[in-house]
Write a protein that binds this ligand. Structure first.
Ligand code: ADP
Ligand code: MG
Length: 693
């Protein structure tokens, strides 16, 4: 059989099963089935005894005799078959509902069998439904195929007679008759890494001769997954470098220099300096910059962004900063305007909520080149926003932006792109996901920061929590209460928030205490004015939904109370906590939860209480959620790993990255590697977007 052959022609498949394989597993061809890897194997030689079974045993292998075969009719042409299995240490009741004739014709009382199945305990008696049987002879299959594959199957497949054992019989036939599969990797790569040949690995991952062989097969196939992922990214990266010429920012002029010497509010941290230098080098190089700037919450990314942006007017270009929310855009704008006061740099704000006349004015000035730095929300992407000469785009908190939106910005004059994220991405994931982006990391917080003390509290502690908040407020500090968005409907969420507000105001009565409230239902003006009241210290308490999550900066706020904290994901909790601890005072984060928590929720809360290191939190997040669920992955939709794990296979991620780099360095067009070239041809469409990510 050849890899491209329709699976319907495999012995034992037929039209009905072919249909099931297609609809349930997406298997159409022989190659597809071969690539349905088992998720584990049963060791036929690791025989156990009935006496040693326990409820966690899973699939087991038993050796013994089968007696008392009885058939009970259960309908037209249907019967149930029962029997008793004994191995001298105990017994298991066996039952078959399908394929009973096959069993009846084969099972003999005096023959010893190998029995494979999943025992369950019922009324103190072990039961096994549809066990796998095999006479135990001198040359039994255990010698040639000691490890039996176990596959994922669906209920529908089981009902259609395609359970894991049935599937295993199909793959066994397939492995025995398939041919014509070439190796996917160049010989020298295979040799250099001591990899098993591709075809051997495809067979051995189903039917390995030993655990070691299985390991080698998995290893080879993992290597393939990661290698081709790297190849896709690095090749895209390389082609972009070759094809996209970048604006050359050759000068450092008065905008940058005057800000740096007259206005900069504090000395840069070492990490900020390093990153500014990396960005300057990029923008000077003649190539278009595509840089990801990672920095934990509060590490001072905004200042870095501003410095980069100031280089644009120094070189006759404009720069823009795109923020995910109006609150943030307004805050950045106010912040920039304040820091640039008295300098010639012209800054403007463009958001969806401006009045039409204001918008028109800004757009006109922008097109005329009368604005140097533009701050805004996704209003910036709209087609009628035309820049005179856009040279740099900074995207803040990138996880809020889709790939398409970035593409639109890129179309406005092929600017340099700096993407900033405060959700640190574990190293391995960054390597796999952003293989084609250059990456800078601010790994140092401004001096004088004290880690936020984080505690977990439940409802019975509420009064003590409030008492503590009162102390803090009486010391002149401010506090946040954040409520999760629980309901699909904004109305219901608002009610939760209003209930919360009522409770808070009951304990902190006016006029002594003043409270702000911000949520998604307010207009931009209302939000801004509530935020401003809090920022200016007119209110001591801010009750909010997660609109407050990103970037909001009120250094005098020292306590963050997160209500229903069990409902938030780790990175969101980390972001929220980052709203406090921004001044010099000791800050606190109080995670309020109900008293019964799921194990993952408990783990999230525990992680938060134990560490404030964003990278550690990101690792834990990845572990708890599984990589398939990580925001960036879903956004990119290309990380389709069956075997490799970006969490556990870091050394291999690094090895494949280096290997691909070496190949591309030596032979950028891969002329001497026709297989790889063919692969790239095929995957081209899938990776078009990576031009801009
Ligand atoms: P983030 O990286 O989360 O966007 P911000 O840019 O909002 O962080 O900075 C967090 C706080 O740290 C701000 O109040 C900012 O003014 C301050 N900050 C930034 N850089 C420095 C520095 N080098 N020294 C002291 N404070 C700094
Ligand atoms: Mg920020």
């Amino acid at each position: 059989m050849l890899p491209g052959d329709d699976i319907v022609y495999l012995k034992g498949v037929g039209p009905a099963k072919a249909k099931l394989l297609a609809s349930e597993l997406g298997v159409h061809t022989a190659a597809d089935l071969l690539r349905c890897f088992p998720f584990r194997h049963i060791d036929r030689t690791a025989q156990c005894t009935v006496a040693s079974l326990n409820e966690e045993s899973g699939y087991v292998v038993l050796h013994g005799f089968i007696n008392g075969l009885t058939a009970t009719p259960t309908g037209k042409n249907r019967e149930r078959l029962n029997a008793t299995f004994t191995d001298g240490t105990g017994s298991v009741q066996l039952a078959w509902f399908a394929g009973t004739r096959w069993v009846r014709e084969r099972v003999k009382p005096s023959v010893r069998y190998t029995l494979i199945g999943k025992p369950t305990l019922w009324n103190g008696q072990w039961q096994m439904v549809h066990p796998e049987l095999e006479p135990l002879t001198a040359d039994s299959a255990a010698d040639t195929a000691p490890l039996l594959p176990v596959y994922n199957t669906t209920d529908k497949m089981k009902r259609g007679g395609l359970g894991t054992r049935a599937l295993a019989r199909l793959t066994e036939v397939l492995v025995g008759c398939i041919g014509g599969i070439e190796d996917t990797l160049p010989h020298d790569v295979v040799a250099r890494h001591g990899l098993m040949p591709y075809f051997d690995a495809l067979k051995a991952i189903h039917y390995p001769a030993s655990r070691q062989q299985l390991e080698a097969a998995r290893n080879r196939l993992k290597f393939d997954e990661l290698f081709f992922l790297q190849l896709d990214y690095q090749y895209a990266h390389l082609s972009r470098r070759q094809s996209s010429e970048g604006h050359v920012f050759a000068h450092v002029g008065q905008h940058f220099n005057r800000f740096y010497s007259e206005k900069i509010p504090f000395p840069l941290t070492g990490a900020q300096k390093r990153v500014v230098r990396e960005i300057r080098d990029d923008m000077h190089s003649g190539r278009q910059m595509n840089r990801l700037l990672q920095g934990d919450v509060g590490s001072g990314k905004t200042l870095v962004a501003l410095l980069a942006m100031l280089l644009a007017p120094d070189n006759g270009f404009q720069a823009c900063l795109m923020a995910p929310t109006e609150i943030l855009a307004a805050q950045h704008f106010a912040n920039f305007r304040h820091m640039l006061e008295g300098l010639p740099t012209r800054v403007a704000l463009l958001t969806g909520s401006l009045r039409p006349a204001e918008k028109r004015l800004i757009k006109r000035q922008l097109a005329a080149g009368e604005i140097d730095l533009l701050v805004g929300t996704h209003a910036l992407i709209e087609d009628d926003v035309i820049f005179a000469n856009l040279g740099l785009v900074v995207i803040d908190e990138q996880h809020r932006f889709g790939v398409e939106q970035r593409a639109k910005l890129w179309a406005k004059g092929q600017p340099h792109i700096l993407v900033m994220t405060a959700t640190p991405i574990p190293r391995t994931l960054a390597m796999t996901l952003y293989g084609d982006l250059d990456c800078s990391v601010i790994d140092e917080l401004p001096p004088g920061r004290r880690p936020v003390a984080t505690v977990h509290r439940m409802e019975p502690n509420r009064l003590r929590v409030f008492g503590f908040l009162k102390q803090q407020i009486d010391l002149g500090r401010q506090v946040y209460f954040v409520y999760p968005l629980i309901h699909e409907s904004e109305k219901l969420d608002l009610r939760d928030l209003e209930d919360g507000l009522e409770m808070v105001q009951g304990y902190f009565p006016r006029p002594q205490y003043q409270t702000s409230m911000v949520h998604g239902g307010l207009s931009a003006d209302e939000k801004e004015s509530e935020m401003r009241r809090f920022k200016e210290g007119k209110t001591q308490i801010m009750v909010a939904t997660t609109v407050i999550e990103v970037g909001v900066d009120v250094p005098n706020a020292t306590v963050m109370v997160i209500e229903n904290a069990e409902r938030f994901g780790l990175s969101q909790l980390h972001q929220l906590r980052g709203r406090v601890g921004r001044g010099g005072e000791q800050s606190f984060c109080i995670l309020m939860t109900k008293d019964r928590l799921s194990s993952t929720a408990r783990e999230r809360i525990r992680t938060m209480c134990e560490t404030t290191d964003g990278f550690k939190i990101a690792e834990a997040d990845l572990r708890l959620r599984g990589p398939g669920d990580v925001q960036g992955l879903q956004q990119s939709g290309v990380l389709d790993l069956k075997l490799a794990s970006v969490v556990d296979d870091e050394p291999m991620v690094a090895a494949t990255r280096d290997e691909v780099r070496r190949l591309l360095d030596a032979d950028p067009s891969l002329a001497s590697y026709p297989t790889l070239q063919r692969y790239l041809q095929q995957s081209k469409n899938k990776f078009l977007w990576s031009k801009i990510s």
